[in-house]
Design a binder for this molecule. Sequence first.
Ligand code: CMC
Length: 425
Amino acid sequence: MADQKAILKAGGKEIELPILSGTEGQDVIDVRSLGQHGYFTYDPGFMATGSCESAITYIDGSAGVLLHRGFPIEELARDADYLEVCHMLLHGDAPSKEEYEEFKDTITRHTMVHEQINMFFHGFRNDAHPMAMLCGTVGAMSSFYHSDLDVSNEEQRIRSAHRLIAKMPTLVAMCYKYNIGQPFVYPRNDLSYAANFLNMMFSVPAEEFQISPAVERAMDRIFTLHADHEQNASTSTVRLAGSSGANPYACIAAGVASLWGPAHGGANEACLNMLEEIGTVDRIPEFIARAKDKSDPFRLMGFGHRVYKNHDPRATVMRESCHEVLSELNVKDPLLEVAMELEKIALNDPYFAEKKLFPNVDFYSGIVLKAIGIPTNMFTCIFALSRTVGWISHWHEMMSDPKQKIGRPRQLYTGHNQRKYTPIK
Ligand code: CMC
């Protein structure tokens, strides 16, 4: 932490504000004392606001850097598996071989959900959006663990984190099976995290199911690349919900809800819907023109990012996986042709170059998910599954901080001044 100070001149006063430095990244002006001087800061959309202190993930948007516990995402995507990344996010560091085995064993032993959760599903229409079912069933899990909901107890917090990481694939696969009318498939503890998920999604009791190693690898990579992303909308939602002392299942349900929007986790689903709407390569110019037209609200889904203004390092890795999976599976899908051509055209268009808009991770992950047979409406659920570890690690970090306070932003009020009420009667 630096000794520098910023001086704010306001209302004829000079207010000294400390400047704080982290281990990486921009310094921040500590405005916590401003309230005593009669001011609040105003920053809708949090364009210049650090909402907390965190040691989990670092992003440098202009350099295209993403580090989890200091480790670059490219190295993790290449050399680590998702559970290793989960361990570092939640427990603070890369696991030793023994720690990894123990962690894997713990997660594996929590994969089953309470049998009564099956019944919740039967309360949904069978064409319910899987995110609606996921939101509801994740929150409902809090009703099964009454004795483990003391959020001030570290051991209980960690147990909830393990349960959530372990059970999310089971719940997500149940959402899919319920939609298509197939029986739920129980988890298999002899499979890897990714293979178990694929098995719960695609196997049926009537026959053997073979998982291609390329698909298993791509699935694990999608999980890894979406595991955490610092203080994005859904993570901030989880933190805000948790700041009141709410239980972890309720907080993660809030994260699922926030992720659902098309500007966030809903982007990969929106992207595939857009590709379907484009339909054929010859219609791409029409959609590019619409994206540039200020009077048209249309945006190219899967392009652009609030933080990355040069390239998204996750997209670079996902692009590689995308091409690998498409060639290994030898999929012939006109939509994928549209996607590849759109990527080429947008990358070479000056409008996109000037505004620093490039395909983000969800552009490629959507294509991979489609290629491995996952229906579009399941995409955001898979993002939620992957991000659960990030959400719960941030929640745990926040709850471990003795200075933790309820989050309570203020506002710039623009409504009526006080006036007299005339009773209607
Ligand atoms: N297509 C066309 N124009 C765009 C797009 C796009 N996808 N994204 C931004 N722009 C333009 C926008 O019109 C604006 O132009 P101008 O300066 O002339 O007004 C400029 O670029 C800056 O846009 P912005 O909305 O101020 O930028 P932002 O940082 O607030 O928005 C974003 C970031 C991700 C919400 C936005 O780029 C977007 O809506 N992208 C499509 C949705 C998407 O793919 N989201 C997934 C993000 S990655 C997954 C995740 O982390 O959740």
